[in-house]
Design a protein. Structure first.
Length: 65
């Protein structure tokens, strides 16, 4: 009985090592994809904010004139 339990423990430690490595790879990939998304979408967001601010200014000018 003890021998079987020891073998199970070995398998578990191996699985844990595998999981941690896989998780590390997964996390690295996720971070990379998130960074790419941010780089791709930075300009349009800034542009939209700029456009919205300009629209507000234009609207205020029209309303006061």
């Amino acid at each position: 009985m003890k021998e079987i339990l020891q073998e199970k423990g070995k398998k578990r430690t191996n699985m844990c090592k595998f999981i941690t490595n896989a998780e590390k790879i997964c996390r690295a990939n996720k971070q990379n994809t998130q960074k790419r998304k941010v780089k791709k979408w930075k300009e349009p967001n800034n542009f939209m904010q700029y456009a919205k601010n300009n629209a507000k200014k234009f609207y205020i000018k029209r309303r006061t004139a």
